[in-house]
Design a protein around this ligand. Structure first.
Ligand code: A2P
Length: 345
């Protein structure tokens, strides 16, 4: 039989990667539909040796579609969610539009696959930094309950989409030519620079990206009280994010034990060579499925603290791969059919 799949945002940084992953992982597709804005309608993309044409998304786009993988921004997801659910399709949404809704499971398949069975037509893919952090932290949290988590991120341009990646290159080129770089996708030049994440700030001084890490991690871990504080920073890297994470447990957590757990953790690759000062780096994590974790050490400021460092491909595990893994989970658990159309959108 096979599944009729539509990709909403097929021409974007994440959509493009989703298409490649569906092919690479042999997802059981009967028909693949590529949807985007009128701007890219008619564009041709190859899939399994065939040439598919990108169509403008319309109210008729989701007829006979079983699964929609959406990555076209929050407002596009909000515009089409009800139409998708009414058409009887399940939507795996990469945007932040529905992540915190009670009736929308927020899933990292290695962490909380069981939540998928609760879906009512929409399943949300978490924020990229949240996914990467969850893979490294949840296996430790399962062994010993986490009390508090402090994270600083080093986020690549890809999180802001294909245009932002192109802009970083143009800016770097401009600087090498002794010209003044211009910024449109970002508020400031990112090349040869870093700046705190530019999402809107709340009254406590935290930006939206930082609060996503707080709220989404609590929802995915199923621990609404977990104490988390994040500082999110954009760095001039093309497509993999890194994070410095400090974990505080109720009791001391032996470094050796943490390493042994992470060496076995799904989706994680332990990368550390202390003699050579070699640890995860975004250029090596780029294009890889696994999140690279290393530099695991005792926090010298707290007997129950651990420090670790990670790098993970933002477009892959941070977005497209996680969405495709959710889709695979839906197929495996026979959860692709939805009867409910009572989703609040
Ligand atoms: P388009 O290429 O037609 O603009 P990125 O995150 O890399 O910027 O990609 C965003 C994706 O979302 C692109 O595929 C883009 O299509 C798509 N998109 C943006 N706005 C809309 C819209 N209003 N309707 C449908 N697709 C949209």
């Amino acid at each position: 039989a096979g599944i009729n799949v539509a990709i909403l945002g097929a021409t974007g940084a994440v959509g493009t990667e989703i298409i490649q992953l569906l092919e690479e992982r042999n997802f059981p597709i009967a028909k693949l539909k590529l949807l985007a804005s009128p701007r890219s309608s008619g564009q041709e993309i190859s899939f399994r040796g065939e040439t598919l044409t990108v169509e403008e998304v319309t109210a008729d786009s989701f007829k006979d579609v079983d699964l929609v993988l959406a990555s076209a921004g929050g407002s596009t997801s909000k515009t089409w969610a009800q139409t998708i659910v009414d058409a009887g399709a399940v939507m795996v949404d990469n945007s932040s539009a529905f992540r915190m809704e009670d009736n929308v499971p927020l899933i990292v398949p290695e962490v909380n696959p069981e939540a998928a069975s609760q879906h009512q037509g929409i399943i949300a893919n978490p924020n990229c930094t949240t996914i990467l952090m969850g893979l490294a932290v949840f296996p430790l949290h399962q062994v010993q309950s986490l009390q508090r988590l402090i994270v600083a991120t080093y986020q690549s341009a890809s999180g802001a989409g294909a245009k932002a990646m192109a802009e970083l290159k143009t800016q770097a080129q401009a600087i090498l030519n002794d010209e003044t770089p211009t910024a449109t996708a970002f508020p400031y030049p990112l090349a040869f620079n870093v700046f705190p994440h530019n999402s809107p700030l709340n009254e406590q001084g935290y930006c939206q990206e930082e609060m996503k890490m707080v709220k989404e991690t609590r929802k995915i871990f199923g621990d609404s009280q977990l104490r988390i504080s994040a500082t999110c920073v954009r760095v001039p890297v093309l497509r993999a994010h890194s994070e410095a994470i400090n974990l505080e447990f109720a009791e001391p957590f032996a470094v050796g034990k943490a390493k042994a757990i992470l060496a076995e953790a799904p989706g994680v690759e332990l990368r550390e060579d202390w003699e050579n000062n070699y640890f995860p780096m975004p250029n090596e994590a780029t294009g890889k499925d696994a999140v690279f974790v290393g530099r695991i050490r005792q926090d010298i400021s707290h007997p129950c603290g651990l420090e670790l460092w990670l790098s993970g491909d933002q477009i892959r595990k941070g977005a497209a791969l996680n969405a495709v893994q959710i889709a695979e989970l839906l197929v495996k658990e026979n959860l692709l059919k939805t009867t409910a159309s009572a989703v609040s959108v």
